[in-house]
Design a protein around this ligand. Structure first.
Ligand code: PLP
Length: 450
């Protein structure tokens, strides 16, 4: 079409109006329509804890780009790791070849995660890490002589990614199961974990999921869930005691336990991995998001020696998965630098300070009409509303106050980079308070067209 970019004038160097026009015509953004689109804000650069828009406005980042950018943007240490690795090789295949960035990464991950996890499968993205975990569980049960164990047990309110098997264990409502009903594998769902983070886990709290295991046990391959924090499925926090009781139940019923730490891994909840709150080791662990410090897509699925060796002794004598960009050297080199940087910093102190700042800054929102709950755990702060957020109006009002916060559903939440300053954190919390007050007072209107 006429306004498509020509080779001589690509959008890399175009003015903002043209960039937005081409974006509107051709770029399909996450969870959006191509007609009557939500507005998008063009970014020129990002550094530290700030995103700079093309019109020159600077926004304090409250999202860490969907949990990933734990060190902020344009970090000199990660930049140096990327540049050094680029000078050696951006990529080589991982079939039959190996290299220091990948080996360095698997060594670090084995050292940092619970001791039984000894084998690391590197993959492309969080959703793929979940697919890999589910395939491992199926091949494990098959190899162990229990081929009828083909389903998964999970809890409602979860989020595990957007590919088909990952989607099948997402919350059935927010995961849009009705849309894909005919093709989606049918899994077994229990209620979301009820006891709050500080609470014990009673027999009643675990009764339903224990009953489901007893009833469906011989057709179940594994339990899969997010430890302690249910992220994109609703931003709920639950009791570590629930997780440890679930671990014991899995053992009793011969089910593997898959923990999806893609959102929680690398310090976000105040522990390096959220399963540490419960002292629980999974059979299979999924990592992603902050793994590469927010620079590149990259994920990992870790397995115990029992899982890995059982699969390897079964038919066909191998684990059947192998992404093209598996073990990408550039992503691995940056991941190594990101992990070393995290461990070299007082990340526990940083996350504890963010937790205190979020508690102080978001607590006043509890008094506002339309606010159902305010909750904080580690570097995660959540304001839950009684009604869905009017996205366009709220997003615009937040940007006008100089912050980047991306609400979803009934949730306005923060999970900033760990390097955020107290002043920046206060600005984020104040902006949310002001915008929610304006919303409650009917002073925010939803623009029909941006
Ligand atoms: C984001 C997320 C995923 C999916 O990761 P992608 O990289 O987006 O595919 C899976 N599980 C959890 C818990 C997540 O937060």
């Amino acid at each position: 079409m006429s306004d498509a970019p020509t080779p001589a004038g690509t959008c890399d160097s175009l003015d903002m109006a043209r960039l937005l026009a081409v974006d509107a015509a051709h770029a399909w953004h996450p969870y959006t329509a191509t007609i009557d689109r939500d507005p998008v804000y063009p970014v020129r650069a990002a550094a530290g804890c700030e995103i700079e828009l093309m019109d020159g406005r600077r926004l304090v980042d409250g999202m860490a780009s969907w949990w990933c950018a734990i060190h902020g943007y344009n970090h000199p240490v990660l930049n140096a790791a990327a540049t050094a690795q680029l000078g050696r090789m951006a990529h080589v295949m991982f079939g039959g070849l190996t290299h220091a960035p990948a080996v360095g990464l698997v060594e670090r991950l084995v050292q940092l995660t619970p001791a039984p996890l000894q084998h690391v499968f590197l993959c492309d993205s969080g959703s793929v890490a979940v697919e890999v975990a589910m395939k491992m569980a199926l091949q494990y049960q098959q190899a162990a002589g229990r081929p009828q164990r083909v389903r998964f047990l999970t809890v409602r309110g979860g989020y595990h990614g957007d590919t088909f098997d990952a989607m099948s264990v997402c919350d059935p409502v927010t995961g849009m199961h009705s849309l894909f009903e005919r093709v989606l594998p049918k899994q077994v769902f229990a209620a979301p974990p009820a006891p709050a983070f500080e609470a014990p886990c009673t027999d009643a709290d675990i009764a339903e999921i224990a009953g489901l295991m007893a009833r469906h046990g011989d057709t179940l391959a594994a339990v899969i869930l997010e430890p302690i924090v249910q992220g994109a499925g609703g931003m709920r926090f639950y009791s570590p005691a629930y997780l440890s009781r679930l671990r014991a139940l899995c053992d009793r019923h011969g089910l593997l336990l898959i923990l999806d730490e893609i959102a929680t891994g690398f310090g976000r909840t105040g522990r390096l991995f959220a399963c540490e709150h419960a002292g629980v080791a999974p059979d299979i662990l999924c990592l992603g998001k902050a793994l590469t410090g927010g620079y590149l897509t990259g994920a990992a699925t870790l397995a115990t020696t029992d899982v890995a060796d059982t699969i390897s002794r079964g038919v066909p004598g191998a684990f059947m998965h192998g992404p093209t960009f598996m073990g990408n050297p550039l992503a691995c080199a940056i991941a190594n630098a990101s992990i070393d940087l995290l461990l070299s910093r007082d990340w526990r102190g940083e996350v504890a300070a963010i937790e205190a700042g979020l508690r102080a800054g978001l607590e006043p929102c509890r008094q506002l009409p339309g606010v159902a709950d305010v909750r904080v755990l580690g570097a995660i702060g959540v304001v839950e509303l009684t009604d869905p957020v009017p996205m366009r109006a709220v997003q615009r009002a937040l940007v006008e106050r100089g912050v980047w916060v991306r609400p979803f559903g009934r949730l306005v939440y923060l999970m900033p980079p760990f390097i955020i300053t107290p002043a920046q954190l206060a600005q984020l919390c104040e902006a949310i308070g002001e915008v929610l007050a304006a919303l409650a007072a009917g002073r925010l209107t939803e623009p029909a067209h941006p």
